[in-house]
Design a protein around this ligand. Structure first.
Ligand SMILES: *[C@@H]1O[C@H](CO)[C@@H](O)[C@H](O)[C@H]1NC(C)=O
Ligand SMILES: *[C@@H]1O[C@H](CO)[C@@H](O)[C@H](O)[C@H]1NC(C)=O
Ligand SMILES: *[C@@H]1O[C@H](CO)[C@@H](O)[C@H](O)[C@H]1NC(C)=O
Ligand SMILES: *[C@@H]1O[C@H](CO)[C@@H](O)[C@H](O)[C@H]1NC(C)=O
Ligand SMILES: *[C@@H]1O[C@H](CO)[C@@H](O)[C@H](O)[C@H]1NC(C)=O
Ligand SMILES: *[C@@H]1O[C@H](CO)[C@@H](O)[C@H](O)[C@H]1NC(C)=O
Length: 400
């Protein structure tokens, strides 16, 4: 049962995001194997923004929206991954109506398909599709995810289009040596077939805990990366090589105060400028020579040029103008409430560590059926007292 406190935390997120009949949109970014930037789910469209040399040519992106089997990009926390050997992009949480499905974009054929995926449930082995972090391993094309402290894998084989039979997330286990991670919000990054976990309770600044994929081994001792980056939640992106496995990854803390690039060969870290756009809900993707940030809430798409194994201290963030991302693109309709685009940016920034998206949205939409957006907006959130009824979807609003 949700406590009144939880409800009152969740409700404003819903009220400020406008009419509940319009699902939330959650765009994401990736690249294909030619390192063309792909921007998915902006106002119902997908774009190929070309290679890095064209990103500052205004409006030069190509519309690649293909209707058949395309995900609606209305999930709680949509993430996109490049399967480099197969020139395919895998989309997790791209469809609120089927949170476990993996949508596959065949970047060569420019077509979509939907892969059915089974999710284990029951006790410690429950994979919560609304609460996990994931990476796609480069060499094996296997996803690894942590959900509430438990690690799972999903083998994508060589798929560039959905298989007729469902795939399945499989339980790996929990890293007991790292402590109880059931409430840890994963900050995970891939390099050299090792998964690096930042922000694990007990780590010192500049450290990461490591899962060795090929041995399915949780390394008990932490690794230090010659820096003092803080043990906070953030986003990550692994720099691709033209061939071969990633060796460096970027870590951007939620406050956007810096961009750390960790090299797992030299055990060293470069501390670079944080993105000028501060958005804990921003998405990141790294190619061979750049780190790209998408803030759908603030309508910003930027990149940081980066040369691997070199000093990048002079690198600065630059706006990408080849494709336009309107502010509030994380909300598919901004017409119902004039404040929705700015407030949704704020709510995703502050809400991320407290409430999981799907729980918040499912609670909100059951509330919505009994509550008109207009009445709620007029009443103001601080004058609402919520009463929860268990055993049904009823949620009664009492206007004081
Ligand atoms: C969304 O997923 C990413 C990548 O898995 C993770 O880093 C981030 O914390 C998640 N955000 C929320 C709000 O759950
Ligand atoms: C796809 O389906 C076939 C036949 O059902 C199966 O043999 C194969 O392993 C599947 N591929 C993946 C990646 O699971
Ligand atoms: C990085 O650290 C690991 C583990 O301590 C060590 O085995 C490796 O030799 C180090 N690499 C370098 C280049 O110092
Ligand atoms: C908002 O309303 C205008 C005018 O009716 C319409 O052209 C526009 O597409 C709407 N925008 C959204 C995001 O629904
Ligand atoms: C969030 O709201 C605060 C206070 O109203 C404002 O200063 C800040 O710029 C907002 N952040 C975003 C991302 O809109
Ligand atoms: C929602 O949150 C409740 C309470 O924390 C939890 O028991 C439930 O499993 C969550 N449901 C989903 C779909 O995350």
């Amino acid at each position: 049962m949700l406590s009144p406190t939880v409800v009152s935390l969740l409700l404003p997120l819903f009220l400020l995001s406008g009419d509940a009949r319009h699902a939330k949109a959650d765009p994401c970014i990736a690249m294909d194997t030619g390192f063309n930037l792909l921007v998915f789910g902006v106002d119902g469209k997908d774009w190929n923004a070309g290679t890095q040399d064209t990103w500052t040519s205004e409006g030069s992106a190509t519309d690649i929206t293909a209707a058949a089997n395309r995900p609606p990009f209305d999930g709680a926390n949509t993430t996109c991954y490049l399967a480099q050997f197969y020139n395919a992009v895998y989309v997790l949480n791209g469809d609120a109506s089927d949170a476990s499905a993996v949508y596959i974009y065949d970047a060569g054929a420019k077509s979509w398909s939907k892969q059915s995926v089974d999710v284990p449930s029951g006790g410690a082995h429950t994979f919560d599709t609304s609460d996990f972090g994931a990476i796609l391993d480069h060499d094996t094309n296997v996803f690894y995810a942590m959900s509430k402290g438990e690690v799972f894998f999903l083998n994508m084989g060589s798929l560039t289009a959905a298989n007729g039979s469902a795939l399945s997330w499989t339980d790996v286990g929990a890293p007991e040596a790292w402590g109880d991670l059931s409430s840890y919000e994963p900050t995970m990054a891939l390099a050299q077939n090792h998964i690096h976990f930042i922000g694990v309770p007990g780590l010192q600044p500049g450290q990461a805990d490591i899962f060795v994929i090929h041995f399915s081994f949780f390394q008990p001792e932490a690794q230090s990366y010659g820096s003092d980056f803080s043990q906070t939640h953030g986003q990550t992106a692994s720099f691709f090589q033209t061939d071969g496995v990633q060796q460096e990854f970027a870590f951007i803390p939620d406050d956007g105060s810096a961009t750390y690039v960790i090299n797992v060969e030299s055990n060293s870290t470069q501390t670079l400028a944080g993105p000028s756009v501060k958005d804990a809900g921003a998405k990141y993707f790294a190619g061979v020579t750049s780190l790209v940030q998408l803030s759908a809430a603030q309508g910003e798409l930027q990149f940081l040029p980066y040369t691997q194994e070199s000093d990048n201290s002079a690198a600065s963030w630059t706006k990408i103008t080849s494709v336009s991302v309107p502010a509030g693109s994380d909300s598919s309709s901004s017409n119902s409430s004039s404040s929705s685009s700015s407030s949704s940016g704020n709510s995703s920034a502050t809400g991320s560590s407290t409430a999981s998206g799907a729980n918040a949205s499912s609670t909100s939409s059951s509330a919505a059926s009994g509550l008109s957006a207009t009445a709620a907006a007029a009443a103001g959130m601080q004058t609402l007292m919520m009463t929860t009824l268990v055993g049904g979807v009823a949620l009664i609003a009492v206007l004081l």
